[in-house]
Design a protein around this ligand. Structure first.
Ligand code: ATP
Length: 364
């Protein structure tokens, strides 16, 4: 059982800041994703939790106890490096037993523990096989077994599926998530793959340039992005931004933009300046009646739906609409937007403006 609280956690390497004042809470039993592009500080955050890196400042609380300066072995946290890192000269049983044997655990107890873990992972039948000839999936199960057998308080996993091809990766992601649901151990998982994070995670922290941009459930992050970075990093195609200069009154639920008037979630923050009107492609509809116009640039057929790219006065906009609806390149069409889903951004800072839609979830 483990709750992990991260408070103002910071890591500097000389003059370079890899993690800047991160704060978030990982609840007991959660499958928690650290998501962001390469170099944003995910691995450094994970290594600080595991004790492989000491923070420059800030706190890490494991079940209420401050652990940020403890050596790794005193934290009771397992770090699953590359899932395929096994001892090649040992068989499956010995690979899994190793952490217990090296702790000096009596033989009978080791045997019982290994049997239990093998049953959880469904690998009882391969315990006496050499690891050399195992399939990728079985190697991964054995590597997990070695981490699980110590019964740590929490697991840290750094891109564990990174080396796998797409199909196998998806299968293993499902298996890992199912295993988590059976065991219920707190797991922190690093990935740069937004789909993986959305599919597997109970909660997600989105990082960019050493900063936590937002943390929340996959749905909160998708529906109520706190910044333009989050809005564009999550979702494919990503959220549209219609750029304009305008103003928003204190409790306004309508907005003048590029000569048209649009309904928006009621504002909680008056604003004047450069804004972006954020709307996801599935919340854009095309209808001749709408006054806001765009020219069709391209269409991409996706089976029952198509993605239509349009040029508007506020920039390019993509709409996901039924394939049966005609849209020809060069045509001028009207666009309307589902008003309940719109997020407005301050374009200079990239921050979402507060509204009735997102007031409860904004980070910071
Ligand atoms: P990736 O997916 O590429 O590993 P990441 O988000 O996990 O990215 P980190 O590995 O945490 O990123 O690295 C964040 C930044 O800190 C990078 O610019 C990296 O070069 C730098 N960094 C990491 N470790 C060190 C170190 N020991 N010394 C100096 N700089 C480091």
């Amino acid at each position: 059982m483990a709750q992990i609280v991260i408070r103002n956690l910071k890591k500097e390497f000389g003059a370079f800041t890899a993690v800047r004042e991160s704060s978030f809470t990982i609840e007991d039993g959660e499958f928690f994703m650290l998501l962001g592009p390469s170099g944003c500080g995910k691995t450094t955050t994970l290594r600080m939790i595991a004790g492989l890196e000491l923070p420059t400042s800030g706190e890490i609380l494991l079940d209420g106890e401050e652990i940020s300066q403890l050596p790794p072995r005193e934290r009771d946290i397992a770090f699953v490096f590359q899932m395929f890192a096994l001892y090649p000269h040992m068989n499956v049983r010995k690979n899994i037993s190793y952490p217990l044997v090296s702790q000096g655990m009596p033989r009978a107890q080791v045997k019982a523990k290994v049997a239990e873990v093998a049953q959880i992972l469904g690998i009882e039948d391969i315990l006496d096989r050499p690891v050399g000839g195992l399939s990728g999936g079985d190697r991964q199960r054995v590597a997990l077994g070695r981490a699980i057998v110590r019964e740590p308080k929490a697991f840290m996993m750094d891109e564990p599926l990174g080396a796998l091809d797409a199909e196998f990766r998806e299968h293993m992601a499902d298996e890992l998530r199912a295993l988590h649901d059976r065991m219920g151990a707190t797991t922190v998982y690093v990935t740069h793959d937004q789909l993986e994070a959305m599919q597997m995670g109970d909660k997600i922290v989105v990082m960019n340039n050493a900063v936590v941009e937002q943390f929340g459930t996959p749905q909160e992050i998708y529906d109520k992005p706190a910044t333009m970075f989050v809005a564009s990093f999550i979702g494919s195609p990503s959220m549209n931004f219609v750029n304009f200069h305008g103003q928003l009154g204190p409790n306004a639920s309508e907005l003048d933009m590029l000569g048209g008037r649009f309904s928006v979630p009621q504002s909680r923050e008056p604003f004047e300046g450069d804004m972006a009107f954020g709307v996801r492609p599935e919340h854009v509809t095309l209808s001749d009646a709408a006054g806001f116009r765009g020219e069709v640039l391209a269409t991409e057929y996706l089976g029952t739906t198509q993605i239509v790219t349009l040029q508007t006065a506020g920039g390019e906009v993509k709409a996901r609409i039924p394939s049966s609806q005609p849209a020809k390149p060069g045509e001028s069409v009207g666009l309307s937007f589902d008003p309940k889903t719109v997020t407005l951004f301050d374009r200079q800072s990239g921050r979402a403006l507060k509204s009735e839609l997102n007031e409860s979830v904004l980070h910071g």
